[in-house]
Write a protein that binds this ligand. Sequence first.
Ligand code: COI
Length: 361
Amino acid sequence: MEKIQYDFKKRTHKVELPKKLGFGKLFADLFFEMDYTPEKGWYNPVIKRVENLSIHPGSMFIHYGQAIFEGLKAFKTEDGRITIFRPKAHIQRLNISAKRICIPQVDEEFLLQVLTELVSIESDWIPTNPGESLYIRPVIYGTDPFLGVKPSSDYKLFILLSPVGAYYPEGFKPVKILVQDNYVRAVRKGLGECKTPANYAASLLAAKEAKEKGFTQVLWLDGIEQKYIEEVGTMNIFVEFKDEIATPKLTGSILPGVTRRSVIQILKDKGLNVTERLINVEEVVDAYNNGSLVSVFGTGTAAVISPVGWLTYKGIEMTLNNGQPSKLAQELFRELNSLHILKIEDKYDWVVEVNKEEIEV
Ligand code: COI
């Protein structure tokens, strides 16, 4: 790979972050981009000021959606060190998504180097209030101007940075979820496990209608039988029964969340009975009715841990744990947040520390 180029002037102003950050509205000054052609491979890697992208109206991703993305986070520890949570897992997943929709692979070591350099240069944009972070959004899309349906030959990859607070306006407060049985998000062997914009486009109408009814988000059921719970679209889901913590198994239509994977590991290490299996939505209702449903919570990079306070399915309204975060959700939330900023030991080697670099430009 070529060396990363730096095409920006040193910042002369101090970065001022707002007191309360929402999600994804504010962007750091700099971003990374590089291009791909079959002849050159990935080339021209550069860190530069965020600018509008120049896109030919015939670019294939606009017409046929050949694009993928990732979402990961950087943090500042209490003593000012910089960390990124599980960047290698996110980069690996980017390449898995790439394979599914015929996007060329990216050198994983090189992308890790890019991430750490970009975050290091832009570390003033990492917020430090509890629960806040610098959200990192890598994107790849096909750029060929061509109207036939085929994989693009040329691509662009960019990485955008956004200082963020909680994803949901509720913060860590429990959210209200509607089990969706009018629409489906994805079917097995389709694109569901691929982090591609199509899955998010598929979710918009259902989310809009749910919001109009006062719900925060929808919980998707499997696309074939509309029987098994899958994911929320912005997070994976866990169901805490009295003697088991279950999460839907990865059938191909669910995003294999990095936070999901981390939570499974943490729960296993606590000696808890955690299972990945098909979870029938009727089983959740039965457990609610017979008192063996303790709590439901979501996991995701953006959401971290999000307790579900209310779950509605076919008009059955279930109030979970009295609408309060369960003990387990609170514990996981605290543990993950502490791990992000190395307040507890990173026994899993998930956290990558980034050296603060002074780049000569
Ligand atoms: C994430 O959790 O990082 C996501 O990508 C979900 C959403 C913000 C699209």
